[in-house]
Write a protein that binds this ligand. Sequence first.
Ligand SMILES: Cc1cc2nc3c(=O)[nH]c(=O)nc-3n(C[C@H](O)[C@H](O)[C@H](O)COP(=O)(O)OP(=O)(O)OC[C@H]3O[C@@H](n4cnc5c(N)ncnc54)[C@H](O)[C@@H]3O)c2cc1C
Length: 504
Amino acid sequence: MSKKSMIIIGAGLGGLSTGCYAQMNGYESKIFEYHTKPGGVAAVWRRGDYLIDGGIHFLICHKPGTQIYDVYKEIGAVGSYEIEDMTKYMRFVDETGTKSVEFTMDLEKLERDLIELSPEDADEIRKFVKEVDWMKDSPLLTDLGMSTSPPELRGRFDTLKDMWNMRGFMKYFTGKWSKSATGYSEYLKDPFLKILFKNLFTPTVAIWFVIMIMATVAAGLLGLFKGGCHEFIEAIVKKYESLGGEIQYRAKVEKILVEDDVAVGVVLSDETEHRADIVVSAADGRSTIYDMLGGKYVDSKIQKRYDTWKPYDPMVIVTLGVDRVFEKEAPFTIYIMKEPLEYGGRAITCLPLRVMNYGDAFAPEGKTVIQVMLETDWDYWYDLRQNHDEYKEVKKQIAEEIIKRLDVHYPGISSQIEMTDVATPYTSWRYTLNDKGSPMGWLLTRSTLTELIPRTLPGLDNFYMAGHWVLPGGGVPGSIYTGRNVIQILCKKEGREFRSKSTE
Ligand SMILES: Cc1cc2nc3c(=O)[nH]c(=O)nc-3n(C[C@H](O)[C@H](O)[C@H](O)COP(=O)(O)OP(=O)(O)OC[C@H]3O[C@@H](n4cnc5c(N)ncnc54)[C@H](O)[C@@H]3O)c2cc1C
């Protein structure tokens, strides 16, 4: 029997994972990628002697013993790159220099340090640390809920089964632990602690998600890419190509071809037509549904999602190449500033600094790449970009302001900067086409958490979706799982057993 052909749109993690499992399960797949390289938002670029990692901060479940690690292994994403355990999650420093605390994997020390900072919050601190400690040993941590089946694969009893498996986690769906980090900070009295809890991940994310991240640190399940996140991507590309998959770069899909409500291929921006038995989009959700498919396959749930759900806020990423070493610095530090940094209609009080001193691939010897990443608004940058000179000027001003702020903590740094790179939400959109420059798709909230997004669209056959727009919260494991899901759904539909390794 001849193999069924498959077109995949996008060579980000969702598309690459779809491709790997497609090849393992007897499909003949080809990926069309808009950019000149794979990885999507997991992007790394070079500026002179410096390597800028503008993507994945840390890999969750980078070690054997978890279901997620096993999935990485299935698609060849282990073993060929250097990864270091992240023993310190984040350091917070008050700009006055009087207060600081480090979130490390040692929970007893963390509890002691936080109580010392704010004795009046001792009760709440103990409750928070107790949750992290409990989560650290819970089965949820090995799959982070990713192995929950997509709607298309769910049987009659799956909801009951999920509820049983999740019985220990019900406390996170209502009450205090379901609040956003900002909402949760209201339970604390000390102003420094409030800021700190708001910024452990993002202020808008649910606090239970922050507990989960803290638990992965405590369990030793977060890893840092010592050579940059592109090595992880390259390993998957290698696996995909070794399985017979093909990627065509500089290939933007404009339209998905549909005949009698069946997807039959794609049209590229160069107007070439490509046909296949199955089409999978692992590209931006909104442009797939409303542009490539003309908004024809939308029901009220989809419409509501795209009308009302919020994507993660996009980011301005300022990267500096510095002629200086940062030997004992934690990889992530947040400086809480006395004077907020005002730009784009936002007053920013936290300056998150990433110091890439954990690998020697980023900078020549004796030098270091450091990075500040600020959440921002899409509309501001989109409007600004309409006037290129003004856009360039604002980018320059932001970099100068950040350097000035860093000089307070690293005296003399202003004169040691050799390379400055500013990437805005517009840059991110230009290279990945993600709606509003979102770095991870839909924001994880109390309501988005419980909605399982189908990998199919109503009324359209032979078409599937993968990637961070079909799994609220996005992220590396999530995007990979969605590609796996698509092939699982196809195998079930065709009455075949799903394979997670190559048999040829
Ligand atoms: C700065 C940053 C830090 C992050 N840190 C972490 C982290 O520490 N841990 C974690 O788990 N996650 C992290 N994430 C999130 C994670 O990297 C993403 O959720 C995940 O990589 C998304 O993969 P994807 O394939 O769904 O989407 P994308 O990476 O967006 O891939 C989509 C691909 O489709 C292509 N495409 C789009 N439209 C078309 C078209 N019309 N035709 C052809 N191709 C098209 C794009 O060019 C792109 O390559 C981070 C993200 C960012 C931006």
